[in-house]
Design a protein around this ligand. Structure first.
Ligand SMILES: *Cc1c(COP(=O)(O)O)cnc(C)c1O
Length: 418
């Protein structure tokens, strides 16, 4: 394991958790499509249920194919353990719920994926849980929102679709000063660009649906525990049995034992398999996504119909310097937003595209476009949309890995039609 860890990311992304010697020589992970696992003796199953043995019991609890992806993600994020789940939202829900009781609070950057925003701002409210939402890049506001009821801090590495990038290292330091863990949704960055646990964060969450699988095929999520947070502090009295059982993996055990298996957020092994095939090419894809995105950003900026372009790779972007620093000059992600005259112009552009797909997803190898104001955010009230910078003139583009000239030509012919 240690030897593998020292290899470069491009190698690790392919070889981490590979074990052909256990797979009859197969170079791809086997798919264990089985709801349950047989146990020879009554004592066997009893020992497994009581945690003395780690055999598989039932797919809702664990599955050998899912376990391989868990080991892979643990290695790629420099974590101590991981649990894969049925979607990114399942991962976010379980990661948060494991920390929350009725009456608790947490502080989150408000630049959030749409469903995460609804979960935090509306759904949790029903259970007397308060999310204090502040500007993602305003650490001071974040610190001010902390009080004795706060249980964790939550950020996205690259805000979606605001494209703002918080200082994760400083946020982790601040959280720890208050005895709080930092949870990070790093879906848009992927471990290729940034490994939040290495920057001091305590938990990383991904929607594997996006860049990790890379092909828009398998919905999935994962929670990765860094294993370094001290849960024995007074603020977390409910962690005691989990610390006794699992030591440094107390949090992951709580996520798994209390929530994942009882909420039933099981990942299908077939999805884990597809995700692992996709992962093999993550590094290459990310390089190409980012090469293309900066070129597309420059192309759009040069077009008179485009009134603004929001991409951290552009030198005058407010998060440009932070991105250079956090992502160590590797790039700025594969997503951007841009502005046209109004909503009509956005609709006309989308309707004129021939190559680029119009759909609700991102991180696919194909270039994807959406008008967030009239789609994902259509049910949001106007003040909230304004706060989240969801404006009627905004188009979101997830730049794929096609030939960059063809992406620009398609955008160009659609802009010509305005
Ligand atoms: C898509 C997405 C999610 C939700 O993931 P699903 O797999 O669709 O449930 C969460 N966070 C971010 C940043 C996303 O882009």
């Amino acid at each position: 394991m240690n030897q593998k860890k020292e290899r470069r990311f491009h190698t690790r992304v392919i070889h981490a958790a590979q074990s052909p010697e256990d797979w009859q020589g197969a170079t791809l992970p086997p798919i264990f499509q089985t709801a349950s696992h047989r146990h020879i003796t009554a004592d066997d199953l009893s020992q497994t249920f009581s945690g003395k043995k780690t055999d598989h019991i039932y797919m809702r609890l664990t599955n050998p194919t899912n376990r391989i992806l868990e080991e892979k993600m643990t290695a790629l994020e420099s974590g101590l353990g991981a649990v894969v789940m049925s979607s990114g939202m399942a991962a976010i829900t379980n990661a948060c719920m494991a920390l929350l009781r009725a009456g608790d609070e947490f502080v989150a950057g408000n630049s959030l994926f749409m469903s995460t925003y609804i979960l935090f701002a509306n759904v949790f409210k029903k259970y007397d849980i308060t999310a204090r939402l502040v500007e993602s890049t305003d650490l001071e506001a974040m610190e001010k929102a902390i009080n004795p009821k706060t249980r964790f801090l939550y950020l996205e590495t690259i805000g979606n679709p605001k494209m703002d990038i918080p200082d994760l290292a400083a946020a982790a330091e601040m959280a720890h000063r208050h005895g709080l863990p930092l949870l990070v949704d790093s879906t848009l960055a992927t471990p290729y660009l940034c490994r939040p646990l290495e920057l001091g964060a305590d938990v990383v969450i991904h929607s594997t649906t996006k860049y990790l699988s890379g092909h828009g095929d398998a919905v999935g999520g994962v929670v990765i525990d860094g294993g370094s947070f001290d849960w024995s502090q007074k603020r977390f009295p409910d962690f005691m049995p989990f610390i006794e059982r699992k030591g440094p993996l107390a949090y992951l055990d709580k996520v798994w034992r209390e929530h994942h298996i009882n909420f039933g957020t099981t990942q299908a092994p077939w999805h884990s398999y597809l995700t692992m095939i996709g992962l093999d090419t993550l590094a290459l894809r990310m390089e190409r996504h980012m090469e293309n995105t900066i070129q597309v950003a420059r192309y759009l900026r040069a077009r008179p119909e485009v009134l603004w372009v929001n991409y951290p790779g552009l030198e005058d972007h407010p998060s440009h310097d932070m991105a250079r620093n956090l992502f160590k000059e590797k790039g700025f992600g594969g997503m951007l937003t841009f502005g046209l005259k109004d909503q009509d112009a956005c609709f006309k552009l989308i309707d004129s595209l021939r190559l680029i797909y119009h759909l609700a997803n991102l991180g696919d190898c194909k270039t994807l476009v959406i008008h967030p104001y009239s789609s994902q955010y259509v049910a949001f009230d106007e003040p909230t949309r304004e706060k989240l910078s969801i404006t009627p003139d905004m188009i979101r583009l997830s730049v794929g890995i096609e030939a960059q000239e063809d992406i620009c030509e398609d955008l160009g012919q659609a802009l010509d039609s305005l």
